[in-house]
Design a protein around this ligand. Structure first.
Ligand SMILES: [Zn+2]
Length: 144
């Protein structure tokens, strides 16, 4: 108790019994508000799949970052193979094409992205996801 008294005396120059209760009450309110804000900001974590470039993208969150982002077949749901071999042999950006292939559907092409390799593709998809989280449009996306 003497430490509490010293604390208030240090700040306000004096101590009254109600000071402790008011500060405890204020702290309780701050904690409640923090819990409320945190639970609201976690809401986006339900958003973990999106349809982009004709395929389904799925991912997880770790410390607020998007991890294990990968594309899935819109028909059978299995993971797609990324063929970006073509990107290495060409110099012009518009010729760089990444093909998304489903092994389960008889190596059928499910998507095609012009402009870069798989790293480029993952980057733009991640960007699209983050954009939707930022502006709140992910809520409409999750309902689909
Ligand atoms: Zn498939």
């Amino acid at each position: 108790m003497s430490y509490v008294k010293l604390f208030f005396i240090n700040i306000f120059g004096y101590y009254e019994w109600w000071m402790l209760w008011i500060s405890l009450f204020t702290m309780a309110i701050i904690i409640i508000i923090l819990i409320f804000i945190l639970s609201r900001s976690e809401e986006y974590k339900k958003f973990n799949s999106i349809s982009l470039y004709n395929v389904i993208w799925k991912w997880k969150y770790k410390k607020g970052n998007i991890i294990s982002l990968w594309c899935h077949c819109p028909e059978c749901g299995s993971e797609l193979i990324c063929d970006d071999e073509y990107c290495r042999s060409t110099i012009t950006l518009t010729n760089k094409t990444t093909f998304l292939i489903c092994k389960n559907c008889g190596y059928a092409e499910k998507g095609r992205i012009v402009g870069g390799d798989r790293n480029y593709l993952l980057k733009i998809v991640k960007f699209e996801i983050q954009k939707r989280i930022k502006n709140g449009t992910y809520k409409n996306e999750a309902k689909k």
